[in-house]
Design a binder for this molecule. Structure first.
Ligand code: ATP
Length: 264
């Protein structure tokens, strides 16, 4: 498959819930290699967009949703092109029965939660899983159950599960939710390493502090629609963020990072 296809191309997308339109995206395209943040306040439609891309919900008739040029993916194929990690997924892996870390990553090859007798996993799958765990500095957790891990450790394991397929892109929904400042710092460093390795990152967040230096494009969502879409330097401004969050916000830069404070 040629890489000239966009990572994501949406056209005519409308998602309805309770007779209201909660996502309305006439056009949205993200190129392969274009590290992007999708930024919006609570309720702006971010999770709905992630679910749409993950095929967990479907748009109203007439929409066109393409990932790397293809409009219908099965779950196995999708994961080889686009890895998706959200904090709600983590809840599923935390639940009973306990799930061991390496099993969690290897079972990603079968899109299952854990390994079952009928699944024939190969040494290649184990090697790829161990390599992915090492890449996110989580290989020392092999042998532990997911439920025993800290939020940050478990998040790394889920990213390894997505990375084991060597996807061309990762879609991360609120990747730093629940992480303390130190864990967030290390986690963001790890994401920078993944981006430097050539995996495109699409980060869905409401924290501008999490927008990595590698991210060039910002798509702002508000009320289920695209409010602004453009280059980071143009959109991460006090004016644009104050309008997005309906609050006076002062933006400061710190090297290639951004910080936002409520301007009292
Ligand atoms: N099944 C549903 N029925 C009715 N309304 C829904 C449903 N799912 C989502 N919504 C509404 O759609 C809007 C967008 O929700 P969504 O979860 O996508 O927002 P979000 O940007 O991810 O918010 P947050 O940052 O709080 O996670 C919200 O107003 C939400 O209440």
């Amino acid at each position: 498959m040629a890489d000239e296809h966009p990572l994501l191309a949406l056209a005519g997308v409308r998602v309805m819930a309770d007779e209201a339109c909660i996502l309305d995206l006439p056009v949205l395209s993200i190129a392969a290699g274009e590290n992007t943040a999708i930024l919006g306040a609570n309720g702006s439609g971010k999770s709905t967009l992630v679910k749409l891309i993950a095929r967990e919900l479907y748009p109203a008739w007439g929409a066109d949703v393409r990932i790397f040029g293809q409009d219908s993916w099965n779950v196995f194929e999708l994961r080889r092109h686009l890895g998706i990690v959200s904090s709600t997924m983590q809840l599923d892996f935390d639940a009973e029965p306990p799930l061991e870390v390496l099993d969690c990553v290897v079972s990603g090859f079968f899109a299952s939660r854990g390994l079952w007798a009928h699944q024939h996993y190969t040494q290649d799958m184990i090697d790829a899983s161990r390599a992915a765990l090492a890449e996110v500095a989580a290989d020392h957790l092999i042998g532990r159950s997911i439920a025993s891990l800290s939020t940050g450790e478990a998040r790394r394991v889920l990213i390894a599960r997505a990375l084991a397929h060597r996807p061309r892109a990762l879609l991360l929904d609120e990747p730093c939710a629940g992480l303390d400042p130190a864990a967030r710092h290390h986690f963001l460093d790890m994401l920078r390493g993944i981006a430097a390795g050539g995996t495109t990152l699409v980060l869905v967040t409401h924290h501008i502090e999490e927008i990595l230096p590698e991210i060039d494009r910002i798509v702002m969502l508000r009320g289920g629609r695209i409010a602004r879409d453009g280059a980071k330097a143009e959109l991460l401004t006090s004016d644009a963020l104050s309008a997005l969050f309906d609050l006076p916000i002062a933006v400061r830069t710190h090297g290639a990072w951004y910080r936002a404070d409520i301007d009292h």
